[in-house]
Ligand binder design. Structure first.
Ligand code: BTN
Length: 268
């Protein structure tokens, strides 16, 4: 897995480009989901795009894994490359899905006994500045969204991109007994479903307090607001999922996710 700098990998050259489509290994029920398992696909998010809610797609490898900011995502064998299709009630509720998905994945890692994970806005999962997992939410149609998540488990991201050396970590480096990919998949799907159902039952209220316990120590950040740079103290998110920035002139400003092209952490 893992985000590389923008680079043009040979997208479309994988099994998906063949007229027969990628080889399906099997379909089975898992934690309230229907899981479609593949050996190799271009991107599990693209394959999930046409499926109904509560279906999920997993692949052993991706040939054109997609990351945020149009980056490619190294997806070598041994990592978790999973896309889960969830129902969307409104455009407003869809906007906070990247945050909710990050919260769910943090909960999975806590359940596995990892107490050192934190989130970098909006949903990178880090341990000691190294990236463990990333999430890309795609909205291909109004009634559903695809939550794509990639987690390093037993794979070797730096073998797919040398620039990732020292930038990433894996469950195998962090846990004495990392779960199998099947155990991890079942846990991830179960918790995503629980968080999605709790969100719907709450009337689509974002659990901002829980999220704001996941950002780690206070830190100074720089926001790229479509070319305009703003520095300040990151204050977490509000109930609408907007990012709070306390600037040195004493103003607290909230920004919607679509206003923030990129957030850079300047210190911890
Ligand atoms: C990020 O840039 O941090 C998000 C990376 C998301 C990668 C996952 S792997 C499974 C799913 N399929 C993709 O093509 N991307 C996501």
């Amino acid at each position: 897995m893992t985000c590389t700098s923008p680079q043009s990998k040979a997208g479309g050259g994988g099994a998906n480009s063949a007229s027969a489509g990628p080889a399906l290994l099997g379909i089975r029920d898992s934690s309230g989901w229907t899981l479609h398992d593949y050996q190799v696909v271009d991107s599990t998010n693209l394959l999930a795009a046409g499926l109904a809610s509560w279906n999920a797609v997993r692949a052993k490898t991706q040939t054109a894994g997609r990351g945020r900011y149009q980056r490619s995502w190294v997806s070598d064998e041994g990592g978790l490359w999973l896309s889960a299709v969830v129902p969307v009630a409104s455009a407003e509720s869809a906007r906070v899905l990247p945050l909710l998905a990050g919260l769910a994945l943090c909960r999975v890692l806590e359940d596995l006994g990892l107490g050192t994970v934190r989130m970098r806005w909006p949903n990178d999962l880090l341990v000691d500045r190294r990236k463990l997992a990333g999430i890309l939410v795609d909205s291909f149609r109004p009634d559903a969204a695809v939550i794509g998540l990639g987690m390093n488990v037993q794979n070797h991201p730096e073998s797919g991109d040398a620039k990732l050396s020292g930038q990433t970590t894996r469950l195998a480096d962090l846990l004495a007994n990392p779960p199998s990919l099947d155990e991890l998949t079942a846990l991830v799907l179960r918790i995503i479903r629980k968080e999605m159902e709790a969100f719907a039952e709450s009337g689509f209220v974002l659990p901002a307090d829980r999220l704001n316990g996941l950002w780690g120590p206070p830190r100074t950040v720089e926001l790229d607001l479509d070319g305009e740079l703003r520095r300040g103290a990151f204050t977490g998110v509000d109930a609408e999922g907007r990012l709070g920035l306390w600037s040195s002139d004493g103003n607290l400003t909230f920004y919607s996710a679509h206003q923030v092209r990129h957030l850079t952490e300047l210190e911890s």
